[in-house]
Design a protein around this ligand. Structure first.
Ligand code: 5AD
Ligand code: SF4
Length: 475
């Protein structure tokens, strides 16, 4: 078996810091010729992992002298951090690239970079080389730590720079990161996935599972806490198999216990759990913790055993349900959310009924429902019995209704209770209100002011509005 160790590559980190200096000189020249600070815009598609990667890109960009902007039209450098888990994410990128082309015609010094999961697919690279010649830089998921170096190469060359790696065992720590939120942060604990669910492209674009050294993780979180962070989200495609391939193996539950000890850290979340690897030890650590949030995202994907087997999920409906029972017995107040795919090859409406049965029995607090998307290169893509659009639509609509009804019922149960909320941001519709997040991941809006952002407050959940609450702070 190949071992993918996770030693911090200190030499690489030092090298990249040199490239950061070199890139700064190019940006300084650009600033001179523009007569103002150059602006950059990083657009993220997809999951929390990508969001975290974008913070790393932005960290380097700001360090070399760019000023971030949310508006692509103002930017001198635009970067799309792409997702390819479903085809509609790819289509959105192609659509927006057309717009970038028109921007670049008006502003020839505009630089355009593409990175992330979509770039790990050869067919995508071929298409960009052929039809989107105006793109300046393309890199993938494995060499994002080389971003400064790639920028330097881009500044020194006129033609399109493409650098895609198939795999890596490097984990480069301590490069700059620019966080989106002052009070909360994602923290990668592992990269890649070894599960090969038959519909999923992630193992092909994110590579094999590699865990970060627990000491590095704890050190990063300690620094974050010193910098004002009170909540961390531990990120991995399958956090429950954390540490299995480390030189000194360590369980995810043990890692959580270590993270819990960090003083000043108030809340811990994690994402995503594969049901097949969720241990009793984890349930125990969670249930006696007052920092680990009462929320578990536990993707079921489908309720029919036949489909689960074809998906290579490695559990049955009953095994999943008894796992949920065990979790709910240990933590009656836990919120459980899930991911569901409708329309996997061979899935009938009868199979969807099995999924609906699971939704009713588990009583999910929320469920993300997806229509199956055929991903070239995955085993499911070559299965013959692809489902017709009408059948998919019918199953999907029926499922969605049950999902929404159960989520509403669950939310209503907490109306009138007082719970702790982390004050996150000003309410988008009404600036006299702030939005807070409960331990169970639900949102509550209440009168307060901006100075409270990042604080944990007790809030009475006065009115449930289906998927969120309005309330007031209890002093
Ligand atoms: N089609 C539809 N949904 C998918 N997901 C992953 N691959 C596909 C696919 N090919 C969903 C799964 C996963 C979530 C992140 O995306 O539900 O849990
Ligand atoms: Fe994809 Fe399955 Fe890995 Fe999740 S566990 S990333 S669904 S292969």
């Amino acid at each position: 078996m190949t071992r993918y160790t996770s030693t911090n590559d200190e030499r690489e980190s030092a090298l990249q810091k040199e490239y950061i200096k070199k890139a700064s000189a190019y940006v300084a020249n650009l600033e001179k010729s523009l007569g103002r600070k150059p602006q950059c815009c990083v657009t993220t598609f997809g999951c929390q992992m990508n969001a975290r990667d974008s913070e790393k890109l932005l960290g380097i960009l700001t360090q070399i002298g760019y000023v971030p902007t949310e508006n692509e039209e103002d930017a001198d450098f635009v970067i799309y951090n792409t997702c390819t888990v479903r085809d509609n994410a790819n289509q959105r990128v192609y659509g927006r690239l057309g717009f970038l082309n028109s921007l670049k015609r008006k502003k020839p010094h505009l630089k355009i970079a593409l990175c992330g999961c979509m770039m790990q697919e050869q067919s995508v690279i071929d298409k960009i080389k052929k039809s989107y010649r105006f793109v300046d830089l393309i890199f993938g998921t494995h060499n994002i730590f080389k971003f400064a170096e790639l920028m330097v190469t881009m500044f020194e060359n006129q033609e399109m720079i493409i650098d895609i790696w198939q795999e890596t065992d490097q984990i480069v720590e301590e490069l700059p990161i620019s966080r989106k939120y002052s009070y909360k942060s994602g923290v990668n604990i592992m990269f890649g996935c070894n599960n090969f669910c038959s519909y999923c492209i992630v193992p092909y674009v994110r590579g094999r599972e590699r865990s970060r050294d627990p000491k590095e993780i704890v050190r990063e979180i300690e620094h974050l806490v010193a910098d004002g962070v009170v909540e961390v989200m531990l990120l991995g495609q399958n956090v429950n198999s954390y540490g299995k391939n480390l030189d000194e193996p360590m369980s995810f539950a043990k890692l959580l216990s270590e993270v819990e000890k960090i003083e000043g850290l108030r809340r811990i979340r994690f994402m995503t759990s594969h049901p097949k690897d969720l241990s009793d030890e984890l349930i125990e650590v969670m249930s006696r913790s007052d920092k680990i949030c009462r929320h578990l995202h536990l993707p079921i994907q489908a309720g029919s055993d036949r489909i689960l087997q074809a998906m290579n999920r490695q559990y049955t409906k009953e095994q999943y349900l008894s796992l949920v029972d065990k979790i709910k017995t240990a933590m009656p107040d836990i919120a459980i959310t899930t991911d569901i795919i409708v329309g996997f090859p061979g899935e009938t409406l009868q199979d969807v009924e099995e999924t609906i049965d699971v939704v009713r029995r588990v009583q999910y607090d929320n469920a993300f429902t997806f229509i199956y998307s055929k991903r070239t290169g995955t085993p499911a893509a070559s299965m013959e019995n692809q489902v017709s659009d009408e059948i998919v639509r019918e199953g999907f609509d029926k499922l969605l209704k049950v999902v929404q009804d159960t989520a509403r019922e669950r939310a209503a149960l907490l109306q009138g209770q007082v719970m702790e909320a982390l004050v996150e941001e000003v309410n988008e519709q009404d600036s006299s209100l702030m939005t807070g997040r409960l331990s169970n991941n639900m949102l509550v809006h209440f009168p307060a002011d901006e100075t409270m952002i990042g604080q944990l407050v007790k809030v009475s959940l006065d009115v449930c509005h289906g998927f969120y609450y309005t309330g007031h702070i209890i002093s």
